[in-house]
Design a protein around this ligand. Structure first.
Ligand SMILES: NC(=O)c1ccc[n+]([C@@H]2O[C@H](COP(=O)([O-])OP(=O)(O)OC[C@H]3O[C@@H](n4cnc5c(N)ncnc54)[C@H](OP(=O)(O)O)[C@@H]3O)[C@@H](O)[C@H]2O)c1
Length: 254
C-alpha cells in the first residue's frame, strides 16, 4: 500500500459522495476528518464505515451558509489532528460539501444566491486559504464541481455559476500553490443518485430514466463512481495531474 496514513479533510462526508470519498481514501490506507452540517448520526455512520475500511476517522460540524465560524472550525481541525492523529498538519483537502436546489432564474432571490455563494464558492475559497498553514507541502486539493458547468440544466443558474467559479479558482490555486508542491484539481460529477437536491434522482423515476438515457453507459452515477477517482487523485500515480477539471459522468452529453 503506497503513501499510507496520510490525513484527508473531506467536507460533507456524512453522506453521498463525501462518504464514499472517505471510505475510498481509507481503503488506500489514509485517515480522514469528515464534516457534517447537521446530520451527526450519518456522520457517525461514516466513521464506522471508514474504520471498517481500515482508517481512523473523526467528524466535525461545519455549516458553510454562515462563514463566521470558519476560524473556530480551523481550531477544531488543529485540535483533532493533535488528539486523534498525533499530527500538526493534513495532506488532502477535499472541498465537497454542498446542497442542490432547482431554482428558476426568473424567481431566484438574493437569499438563494447568497446561500449558494457561501456554501459553494466563498466557503471553499476561504476554507482553503485558512487551511494553508495546516496543509503539508506536497498536499492535494480537490474541489467538487458539476457537469452542469459544461452543459445546462434549467434551475441551476446559481448553483452551476458558483461551481464555474470554483473551476477558475482551482486553476489559480494550482498556479499559486505550485511552489509548495501542492496540486489542485476539480472533479466534476454528472448526475449521481444521492440525497442531493432532495434526492431528486431517487425520487423521480422519470427524471432518472431521462438522465440515464443521456449517458452512453445508460445509467446515472452512484456514489462509488466518484470516491475512487478522488482517492486516485490523492495517490502518487496522479502526481502530475494539476490544474485540471476531470468530469466523472459516464460521458453524459458527450
Ligand atoms: N449528487 C449529484 O448528482 C452531484 C452532481 C454533481 C456535483 N455534485 C456535488 O457533489 C458534492 C456532494 O454532493 P452529494 O451528492 O454527496 O450530496 P448529499 O448526499 O446531499 O450530501 C451533502 C453533504 O454536504 C453537507 N452539507 C450540505 N449542506 C451543507 C452546508 N450548508 N454546510 C456544510 N455542509 C453541508 C451534508 O451534511 P449533512 O449530512 O449534515 O446535511 C452532506 O455531508 C456537492 O458539492 C455537489 O454540488 C453532486
Amino acid at each position: 500500500m503506497e503513501n499510507t496514513h496520510k490525513i484527508a479533510l473531506v467536507t460533507g462526508g456524512s453522506r453521498g459522495l463525501g462518504r464514499d470519498m472517505a471510505i475510498s481514501l481509507a481503503r488506500k490506507g489514509h485517515n480522514v476528518i469528515i464534516t457534517y452540517a447537521g446530520n451527526k448520526a450519518e456522520a457517525d455512520n461514516t466513521i464506522k464505515l471508514v474504520e471498517e475500511a481500515g482508517g481512523k476517522c473523526a467528524a466535525l460540524q461545519l455549516e458553510l451558509k454562515d462563514l463566521s465560524g470558519l476560524d473556530k472550525f480551523i481550531v477544531s481541525v488543529k485540535t483533532t489532528l493533535k488528539e486523534k492523529f498525533n499530527a500538526e498538519k493534513f495532506d488532502f483537502l477535499i472541498n465537497n460539501a454542498g446542497m442542490g436546489g432547482s431554482i428558476p432564474f426568473t424567481t431566484a432571490t438574493e437569499k438563494d444566491f447568497d446561500e449558494f455563494l457561501n456554501v459553494h464558492f466563498k466557503g471553499v475559497y476561504f476554507l482553503t486559504q485558512k487551511s494553508l498553514p495546516i496543509l503539508n507541502d506536497g498536499a492535494r486539493i480537490i474541489n467538487l464541481s458539476t457537469g452542469t458547468t459544461r452543459f445546462t440544466n434549467p434551475g441551476y443558474s446559481i448553483y452551476a455559476s458558483m461551481k464555474g467559479g470554483i473551476e477558475v479558482f482551482t486553476k489559480y490555486l494550482a498556479k499559486e500553490l505550485g511552489a509548495r508542491g501542492i496540486n489542485a484539481n476539480v472533479v466534476a460529477p454528472g448526475p449521481v443518485e444521492t440525497d442531493f437536491n432532495n434526492a431528486t434522482i431517487r425520487n423521480n423515476p422519470q427524471l432518472k430514466t431521462a438522465l440515464s438515457n443521456l449517458s452512453p453507459l445508460g445509467r446515472v452515477g452512484q456514489a462509488d463512481d466518484i470516491g475512487s477517482v478522488v482517492a486516485f487523485l490523492c495517490s502518487e500515480d496522479a502526481k502530475w495531474i494539476n490544474g485540471q477539471r476531470i468530469e466523472v459522468s459516464g460521458g453524459i452529453n458527450v
